[in-house]
Design a binder for this molecule. Structure first.
Ligand code: CP
Length: 314
């Protein structure tokens, strides 16, 4: 594995999951693996879990970590090849990424989509530029279209909690007052496919994910039908892919409530966090014994640790 930006970067997913489980069982077993090496984490957008868990993972591996909120503290970057830079942008990504590559052995990048230009977002302009110019492995900390570290942690959590070999896993849209990226939902669908589980995706009309992400999964607009006998209910808002970046519905009946969870097979409630309580999910669900959101957040450390160890050649 040279970069970690999508499920397709992983050649042996069961082995990576086993490595993450090993990291959790004994977090300091490879505490000298990263000695003398530096992980750079650059953020174009805010973060709590990704930032802290990846730093903790680096620490467990003996990696030095340097962090920069490039979106607010760095020079404004230019991404156009051949641009005449006589306007707002002060530094070309060609130079900035190459310089960071001289300081770091691995670079993690968080860059959300603009949600205005679908083609530009789905080309992953920022991530691809870092892959092209940094000269070191690139770790996605959530890109325009995917959040692979989150998905790996989610799969680890499902492995820990599943009671049957092939649990029923549901991904449900829920309402949100702001337009959010499709990245978490895209990634969850992609990684569930890679793990060879079945997935039922439910959302209102107009919220279909891009075809490569929902392909092979069951899609229904009937949330109650989807939730029936579910073992895991992963809830997330995303804006429309088709009417790109738009909010088409704020229907509160899609919020996950105790009544909805009663349709499941005492299903586990999952969400990547941060979450808008009593908009996405009722307090009674997220605070219940069947909520595993904190396990997901905890597992972010071990997912990141397994990936970093792999990028370091372990
Ligand atoms: N789930 C997640 O990525 O959280 P942050 O945005 O806080 O990093």
């Amino acid at each position: 594995m040279h970069h970690f930006t999508a499920a397709s970067d992983v050649t042996d997913l069961p082995a990576l999951l086993a490595k993450a489980a090993r990291c959790k069982a004994d977090p300091l077993q490879w505490s000298t693996l990263g000695r003398g090496k530096t992980l750079g984490l650059i953020f174009f957008n805010p973060s709590l879990r990704t930032r802290l868990s990846t730093q903790k993972a680096a620490h467990n591996l003996g990696l030095q970590c340097i962090v920069m909120n490039i979106g607010t503290e760095g020079w404004q970057l230019e991404f156009e090849d051949g641009a005449v830079m006589n306007a707002g942008t002060a530094e070309h990504v060609k130079d900035a990424a190459a310089v960071m590559g001289r300081y770091c052995d691995i670079i993690g990048v968080r860059s959300f989509p603009g949600l205005k230009d679908r083609e530009e977002d789905y080309q992953e302009r920022v991530l691809e530029a870092f892959k092209k110019y940094a000269g070191v492995p690139i770790l996605s900390l959530e890109s325009a279209t995917r959040h692979p570290l989150q998905s790996l942690a989610d799969l680890l959590t499902i492995e820990e909690y599943k009671q049957v070999e092939r649990p029923k896993i549901v991904l449900s849209w829920a309402p949100h007052p702001r337009a959010l990226p499709q990245a978490v939902a895209n990634s969850f669908a992609e990684w569930i496919r890679a793990s060879e589980y079945d997935l039922v995706i439910t959302h209102p009309e107009g919220y279909d994910l891009a075809a490569p992400f929902f392909a092979g999964h069951t899609v229904t607009y009937d949330q109650n039908e989807a939730l029936k006998d579910a073992d895991f209910v992963y809830v997330k808002n995303w804006s429309s892919y088709r009417q790109y970046g738009q909010i088409l519905s704020q229907d509160p009946s899609w919020m996950i409530t105790e009544e909805k969870m009663a349709l499941t097979n005492q299903g586990k409630f999952m969400h990547c966090l941060p979450v808008r309580r009593n908009v996405i999910v009722a307090d009674g669900v997220i605070d219940s014994a069947d909520s595993i959101v904190l396990d997901q957040a905890e597992n972010r450390t071990y997912a990141a640790q397994a990936v970093l160890a792999t990028l370091l050649g372990k």
